[in-house]
Design a binder for this molecule. Structure first.
Ligand SMILES: [Zn+2]
Length: 881
């Protein structure tokens, strides 16, 4: 616990630091419970203003000694508390401060600062973990040059790593200890500091940069797991080349290191030259990792590497600018994956994820702008909005400006702000400068929360051969923002003739550049001329703007688009829209006890896609998945009954399985690829389609469907097929399920990452007995509340992905998760707060569940000694909007 009640931090209160830190020299003697850290800082006043006290941040620190310019500071001249070190009369000239602190890495269960993941010492400093290592100006606009000396017992930590290049290492004479000194020549904020010590295996490779410099690449893992790093290393090299080709960005140190650790709060961390990873995003072999895991590794390795320029070389001025590095870097990793795999499949997958996580966040009490203006706990702002909507905003800049101006703007950003801590304004200004375009209205994407709703009404005039589109936009109210101003919304569109071809677009007599219309007003009309026939309208192609579209389209036209749109995203979207319309109506029918409707039009659209030989299998697989339960609930908006949502969706899937059974069985056979497993996108796409068919054939409850799944489970030679079969079996309360779960555990008991999957699949079973099962699993010997991956697999999946059982109408799901959060909170508040955000859609539920959820939230809110992290989430979730 912090010793003071945290105050909100406001963007408007930003002012430059009073002090600068030029160099930071750390000397760290690793010890399991008493690590000493001696820090020597060169400090100088930032400007010739009024003399300011020197106030350094700390968090649960113990000060051992302090010296200024080599002399011990008299006790009356400073005040040291666990979370602050104040020197009231610091010299108003450059001076040197030496601070010695002592840390207990073994008992650092928050996994922030220096801690132990198993036997390995590692650090996590973003956002405010460095202050748990030493007193410091722990804010991103204080950039220093770091030199780090680490020493340890050779037997405890044979490998000693820190940021930068290795400048010295060796044994300490007369002892069983050794040391290493690392120097990072690039000034960086403290959140990018890292050190690692442990007995680790490694895999080495090298990369020659575009200016012919050789860079050593090393991935460190637990000994014995070296053979699972090949895909991560390959992904890294491809990412390095891609950033050179696509953005002209070259790597800058002599060595790039990745360390995989088993206990990590996040996915991975982009510390300069020394990325620390959740081992989930490094380790893969065909028999332990699924295609999804391989894709995740490729994306996360690339993401962290891309941060070297967007995050490390140019960092954020303050934490309000988090999207400056995250939104931009997510955009970059999405583009990388699109280039490496399939652009259409990547776009659809990204939008699906955006709708399930960010749109849901934006529609509830935790909604906030891409750049928030106030926070109580910055750890709670590593959100879908900052990351994913932040990426959409960058994508819109590219759509509005075109590829050439976009690249020119990025180039300008890299040259103008290299070595700086920048702001969103400075980033966007670069695009304004290269294109001459006024970007001031566009900035509202950073300041206004909520998903804009765009209503479009088309009208064709055959006499005038003109097509008119009336468009209105509304940004719904969100917490603290009752009234919104109109946004700049780029909508890519196509007008499609009866032969399936796009017509040339003429707006106001001129060709429409890039096929994009721009909304800037609450309502606008666009009139296209020379339109020879009534066209089918394909709007928001490629999901050019992250908006909700309301379009009065006939089912016939959607079927036509599903079959003919040359924009693959909108082909997929047309099927989704048909399914969503049907699902919403079937949810209402289910609640009144009626039988679900069928929609021949949807079935025909699916048929057309299944029989289109030109389509890639991964795309077809995506089209076979109806909107998710979270999507349907969000579309319904209020008075949501998760049981009715689940039942409508399951019945639709069963109907698809029934109606297309013969085709699906045929595709299942055709997509079965003989030969050894390969993780490439094409092979993964074939497996995705095969396994989508497997599931749809079983959801009908046919004995043959279940038998096929059990067969695949037993005979699979790779984890993708085995997991897919187990996932299918998990949805059916049959003896095969029990047998497969038991076999899976025995087969993989030694492999933590695989056992996470075993926990997760049981947590997501949509049956009333699941809560008891999950409760029992928390007492399973393989469960550990000290491991974030395990918590996320069991409790996180239950709370976030099992909509019917978390939202049980008796409220037992809420109480279970809340009790777990309360127990975890004192140990790991960050992970506890994440779990608590599962309540974010409670207001949209039907009355009974809403009452239970609110009672649980109020019970948590009333607990004394909540961490700031959990307190912040609960308070905002309960607040009246
Ligand atoms: Zn990132």
């Amino acid at each position: 616990m912090r010793t003071e009640e945290p105050r909100p931090v406001r963007l408007e209160d930003y002012r430059p630091p009073d002090w600068r830190i030029g160099t930071a020299e750390l000397d760290v003697a690793l010890h399991p419970t008493a690590t000493t850290v001696r820090t020597r800082l060169s400090i100088s006043p930032n400007s010739a203003g009024a003399p300011a006290p020197l106030v350094l941040d700390g968090d649960e620190l113990t000060l051992r000694s302090i010296r200024l310019d080599g002399k011990p500071l008299p006790p009356e001249s400073f005040v040291a508390t666990p979370d602050r070190l104040t020197i009231a009369q610091a010299p108003q000239r450059p001076f040197e401060l030496e601070i010695e602190t002592v840390l207990d890495p073994t008992n650092n269960t928050k996994l922030m600062g220096l801690y132990r993941a198993g036997a390995t010492y590692c650090t996590q400093c973003e956002a405010e973990g460095f202050r748990r290592i030493t007193y410091f100006l722990d804010r991103p606009d204080v950039m220093a040059v770091y030199t780090t000396r680490i020493e340890a017992e050779k037997q405890d930590a044979g490998v000693l790593l820190a940021n930068g290049n290795l400048v010295a290492c060796g044994d300490i004479a007369g002892t069983s200890r050794h040391f290493a000194v690392w120097h990072d020549p690039f000034p960086k904020p403290s959140y990018l500091f890292a050190l690692v010590g442990g007995n680790l295996g490694c895999v080495k490779d090298s990369f020659t940069t575009m200016s012919r410099r050789d860079v050593t690449l090393v991935i460190y893992v637990e000994p014995g797991k070296e053979d699972r790093c090949a895909y991560a290393m390959d992904s890294l090299k491809r990412a390095m080349r891609w950033d050179e080709v696509t953005f002209g960005r070259e790597y800058d140190l002599d060595i790039f290191m990745i360390v995989a650790v088993s206990a990590f709060n996040m996915g991975a961390m982009e510390n300069k030259g020394l990325n620390v990873f959740n081992d989930k995003y490094v380790l893969a072999s065909p028999t332990t990792a699924t295609d999804g895991d391989y894709a995740g590794i490729e994306a996360v390795i690339a993401h962290e590497y891309f941060h070297n320029w967007t995050g490390d070389r140019i960092t954020c001025r303050d934490w309000f600018q988090l999207c400056l590095k995250e939104g931009l870097t997510v955009f970059r990793d999405q583009e990388f994956t699109a280039d490496q795999r399939s652009r259409a499949v990547e776009r659809i997958s990204d939008v699906r994820e955006l709708r399930v996580s960010q749109f849901v966040e934006d529609a509830g009490p935790l909604a906030h702008p891409v750049r928030p203006t106030l926070y109580h706990e910055i750890n709670n702002f590593y959100t879908a909005t900052v990351y994913q909507k932040g990426a959409e905003v960058v994508r819109m800049i590219k759509t509005l400006l075109g590829a050439e101006f976009f690249r020119a703007g990025m180039d300008l950003y890299f040259t103008r702000h290299d070595g700086q801590a920048a702001t969103v304004e400075e980033f966007v200004q670069c695009f304004a400068d290269v294109s001459g375009r006024d970007m001031s209205q566009f900035m509202r994407w950073y300041s206004q929360a909520g998903t804009p709703e765009i209503t479009a009404t088309p009208q064709y005039d055959s006499a005038a051969r003109s097509f008119r589109l009336d468009v209105t936009q509304i940004v719904p109210p969100t917490p603290g923002q009752p009234n919104k101003a109109p946004m700049v919304v780029p909508l890519a569109l196509g007008l499609i003739g009866h032969n399936g071809d796009d017509m040339p677009l003429q707006l106001d007599g001129r060709p429409l550049p890039r096929g994009v219309i721009e909304l800037t007003q609450p309502s606008q009309s666009f009139v296209f001329s020379n339109v020879p026939e009534r066209p089918a309208l394909s709007l928001n192609r490629g999901f050019s703007a992250p908006v909700k579209l309301v379009l009065p389209v006939e089912a016939d036209e959607l079927r036509f688009l599903a079959a003919h749109d040359r924009d693959p995203f909108n082909r997929w979207q047309a099927v989704q829209t048909l399914a969503m319309t049907l699902l919403k109506s079937n949810v209402a029918i289910a609640r009144s006890g009626g039988a679900p409707r069928l929609d021949q039009g949807l079935m025909d659209a699916i048929d057309a896609i299944l029989n289109d030989a030109a389509l890639e299998p991964a795309f077809i697989a995506l089209t076979l998945a109806p909107p998710s339960e979270a999507d349907i609930a969000r579309e319904i908006g209020s008075d949501v009954d998760p049981d009715a949502v689940y039942s409508a969706r399951r019945k639709l899937r069963a109907a698809i399985g029934q109606r297309h059974g013969a085709t699906l069985a045929d595709i299942y056979e055709r997509m079965t690829t003989p030969g050894a497993y390969r993780p490439d996108a094409q092979s993964a796409g074939r497996r995705a389609l095969k396994n989508a068919c497997l599931d749809l054939l079983a959801v009908t409850e046919s004995a043959a469907g279940i038998a096929r799944a059990f067969d695949q489970y037993r005979n699979a030679d790779n984890m993708t097929d085995r997991m897919a079969a187990l996932e299918t079996l998990a949805a059916h309360d049959r003896p095969e399920r029990t047998a497969a779960f038991a076999d899976f555990y025995t087969s993989y008991a030694e492999d933590a990452l695989v056992i996470d999957k075993w926990f997760a699949l049981q947590a997501v079973i949509p049956e009333p007995t699941t809560l008891d099962r999950v409760r029992a699993l928390t007492r399973h010997p393989a469960f550990s509340a000290a491991n974030p991956n395990r918590i996320r697999a069991l409790i996180g999946v239950f709370a976030q992905a099992n909509h019917t059982q978390f939202n049980r109408s008796d409220g037992a799901g809420y109480d279970f998760v809340a009790n777990f959060v309360l127990e975890l909170d004192p140990k790991n508040p960050q992970v506890a707060a994440r779990l608590m955000s599962a309540f974010r859609s409670w207001r949209a539920l039907e009355a009974r569940r809403r009452e239970r959820a609110e009672a649980t939230l109020r019970r948590v809110a009333a607990m004394p000694a909540l961490s700031p992290d959990v307190h912040d989430i609960v308070a905002r979730t309960l607040a009246d909007s």
